[in-house]
Design a protein around this ligand. Sequence first.
Ligand code: NAD
Length: 415
Amino acid sequence: MNKTIAVTGAAGYIGSILVGRLLDAGYRVKALDRFYFGSDTLGRYANHPGLELKTIDIRDVTPRDLEGCWGVIDLAALSNDPSAELDPALTWEINEKGRIDLARCARSAGVERYVFSGSCSVYGAGGRAELSEDCALRPLTAYARAAANAEEAIRGMNRPGFATVALRNATVFGLSPRMRFDLVVNVMTLSAFENGRIVVTGGGKQRRPLVHVQDAARAFICALEGCDRGIGGDVFNIGLSNFRMVELSEVVREAIPTPVQVQFAPGGSDKRDYSVKFDKARDVLGFSAAVGVPEGVAEIHHALLANQVERGLVTKTVAWYSHIIQMQRMWSFGLVARSLAPTPAEPEPGLAARQVAISAAVARERPRAGAIGTLAALIGIVFGVEADYSDEYLGLAERIPRLAGAFEATLAGVI
Ligand SMILES: NC(=O)c1ccc[n+]([C@@H]2O[C@H](COP(=O)([O-])OP(=O)(O)OC[C@H]3O[C@@H](n4cnc5c(N)ncnc54)[C@H](O)[C@@H]3O)[C@@H](O)[C@H]2O)c1
């Protein structure tokens, strides 16, 4: 099999598992990603002859980027509610308009099959019943609204020769090379590991469907390959089963071999509460989730014990995007300050990179100390202060340019 599949968001939590599965199944993969979380997550396949990496923002993709691709699996997005709330206009630009434009590019490029990664979040506060795909959507957030709108538009593009299918994924859990410790099972497991306790907020009665990351990746391949069975234009809930948060905390607690306390705390801004049915995926797509929550918890716990899993800032999606935005602000401020400085330092290779590293070091110590960070940046530029710069921060400087474009306007106002 030599068909090429373009996967957007390929280096992400789901993508970095999906790419491996596609390569193992004999597909060639074109991985399109802005690599906000790095590309090391695909490192296992770095020398695979079937994998091509391309650093690109989905908003810049043209039909030429998708020429020769038989299928597209569209995963790239700001991938959760809090990240999407950082800038709802930017969320619309990437998660809705960007994804619809991408599907149009795919159609123009002659792509035959298109699978859209949507979310069960579109059900919002879903009432008591288990929801099937034809139930009304009640998206509560910018993230969920963008997912609902993009899904509808892309399903509507289904035509003979261009089959589009949408998957509404449950909340995913389990181990991935791009680890996410902002997903409920993963967070509970990390908290149990680090603190010996799981904190349940919001009362614990909220229901949520879940699916393991390996199952989620498998579902994309089922959908891609199932298009010839007349499912074009259709949508499927993808998940294992539904849990109340309080039940889930017990399942996680029991899956961990050391004593863990479950505590209840007030608060919790997440208002999602719904349970969904998965029969349609089973009956029509032939997909059933197989990996249970205890197995997912055990694999994460094992990796934590063996110190084989990243658990820093980069694994908390909204914190990482906020960090990138802060870096972007400092970077822009530094460039402007350099042009305004009365005796600008001689342009010196690497100075700007060192300045980013200085700002980053300050931001790392005092995440909200933007003023101190920018002052440090200014000192770095004017006096050429040497910094202890790490690959992590220099790599970050290369990844930031597009995400925070919307914030530059704000910054310009400040200056
Ligand atoms: N993980 C879940 O629980 C879950 C549940 C439901 C739906 N989804 C959806 O599945 C998809 C993948 O989720 P994930 O958990 O792998 O997220 P992720 O954040 O780990 O990965 C998203 C990837 O998209 C890339 N990206 C973001 N904006 C981009 C842009 N403008 N251009 C190019 N690349 C960009 C990022 O660099 C990242 O590699 C998303 O669409 C998400 O909304 C995820």
